[in-house]
Design a binder for this molecule. Structure first.
Ligand code: GRF
Length: 210
């Protein structure tokens, strides 16, 4: 706790797609809502939109294409070699479509966070918003959590609730959830930078007044 009390936080983003969470974090840094900066964006997909968005904002970006490696261990070693040549304080997964394994988790120099579009532990994995609509839950939302070896299973840091309406579709619910995601992820990163996030065992305490 308190690792970055007087220090701006250096963030690495891993993403596979559109990159709206990347943009939200980038904008929060620019506006000073996060005392920090994104120093690199890495994708497992060559043509990921997020790489173009990083390029446009002159942020170092690179595709390390998972399918060109023999296996997951080799891919993660290559990813680590590149990422660990940077000086960073936090890795943020933002729509990164791979489940990280032991090689990466043990080799990373910082904590790793992820954002997921449901109230975990409900609706882990792909198409969480569709799962929520299909199930008929009345509330869903989004979760920021620390990453462990499971699929969306690590310690929960923060959650935001979104009401599910009777006529919601996957698309309409996704639109409302993503707005909350953008806000929540930046708030959590800022809290982390300020040293407010305390992980004890598998539980997170937020050490600030609400
Ligand atoms: C988000 O819904 C996030 O929760 C999930 O993947 C989506 C990524 O969207 N893990 P974007 O690429 O940040 O726009």
């Amino acid at each position: 706790m308190g690792d970055f009390d007087d220090m701006s936080i250096k963030i690495i983003v891993l993403a596979s797609g559109r990159g709206s969470n990347f943009e939200a974090i980038y904008n929060s840094c620019k506006k000073g809502e996060i005392d920090g900066e994104i120093i690199g964006v890495f994708s497992d997909k060559l043509d990921a939109e997020v790489l173009k968005k990083a390029e446009k904002n002159r942020i170092y970006n690179e595709a390390i294409v998972s399918k060109t490696f023999k296996n997951k261990v080799d891919y993660e070693k290559a990813l680590l070699d590149t990422i660990n040549s940077f000086d960073y304080d936090l890795i943020c997964l933002a729509g990164y479509m791979k489940v990280l394994g032991k090689t990466f988790l043990e080799g990373a120099k910082s904590k790793i966070m992820n954002i997921h579009p449901s109230l975990l532990p409900a609706f882990q994995g792909l198409k969480a918003q569709k799962q929520a609509v299909d199930y008929g839950v009345k509330y869903s939302g989004c979760t920021v959590h620390f990453v462990d070896e499971g699929l969306d299973t690590g310690p929960i840091i923060a959650q935001e609730v979104v009401e599910v309406y009777d006529d919601d579709t996957e698309e309409s619910l996704s639109k409302r959830i993503i707005k909350k995601e953008h806000k929540l992820y930046s708030e959590v990163i800022s809290d982390y930078q300020k040293g407010y996030i305390d992980l004890v065992g598998n539980k997170v305490k937020i050490l600030r007044e609400k």
